[in-house]
Design a protein around this ligand. Structure first.
Ligand code: URA
Length: 210
């Protein structure tokens, strides 16, 4: 069975995404909105995170109460735009570990080429949440999840802001066990692999490099 695509339609997420898409949204605003959206998306992505009961004392009596083990979560940022998700996600899951996958898209073939890969130890005990704002061709996402699976994490989820139908199809075909969380499913890719209508180059917009 193929894992679901979670389309996060919450009005706060949609509103912030609309502001980010606009071409005159400044680098400063784009980055701030990305941080806010990340917190809201973290809320959805962690919805079924396991909790355990611990013994605590309220001012009135003892009770058992649930906690999550944030250290079991590893945010895997696909460089460089995936880094835009980190501050917001870490605000709500501060104990999480962080992994990085460095991939660039060959501009001619659009194939993902790896240049960096670093994960925390003991991945078999951890739930991995892969972060990449733009699921375009899906080639980078597939390559990142291929490599991540070699470390045998306990579970893998994939989070993006925008997904193209082509990218969803490619990622689901290669990794049907990985649920996808996205704030929007856009129309198509252009000939250069950019999402339409999209928001342009997420890395450039986050880091002000264009
Ligand atoms: N990467 C981006 O930053 N934007 C796109 O539209 C596609 C891939």
């Amino acid at each position: 069975m193929t894992a679901p695509i979670h389309h996060i339609t919450h009005p706060l997420v949609q509103h912030k995404l609309t502001l980010m898409r606009q071409k005159d949204c400044s680098t400063n605003s784009f980055r701030r909105l990305m941080g806010e959206i990340s917190m809201l998306m973290a809320y959805e992505v962690t919805r079924d995170m396991p909790t355990q009961l611990i013994d605590i004392e309220t001012p009135l009596e003892a009770m058992k109460s649930p906690v999550i083990d944030g250290k079991k979560t590893v945010f895997v940022s696909i460089m460089r735009a995936g880094g835009g998700f980190l501050d917001g996600m870490l605000t709500v899951v501060p104990g999480a570990r962080i992994g990085h996958v460095g991939l660039y898209r060959d501009p001619k073939t659009l194939v993902a080429v790896e240049y960096y890969f670093k994960m925390p130890a003991d991945m078999h005990e951890r739930d991995a949440i892969v972060l990449d704002p733009m699921l375009a061709t899906g080639n980078s996402a597939v390559a990142a999840v291929d490599r991540l699976k070699e470390t045998k994490p306990r579970s893998i989820r994939f989070v993006c802001l925008l997904a193209a139908p082509e990218g969803l199809k490619t990622l689901q075909a290669a990794h049907p066990d990985v649920p996808i969380y996205t704030a929007a499913i856009d129309r198509e890719l252009n000939d250069h692999g950019y999402i339409l209508p999209g928001l342009g180059d997420a890395g450039d917009r986050l880091f002000g490099t264009k």
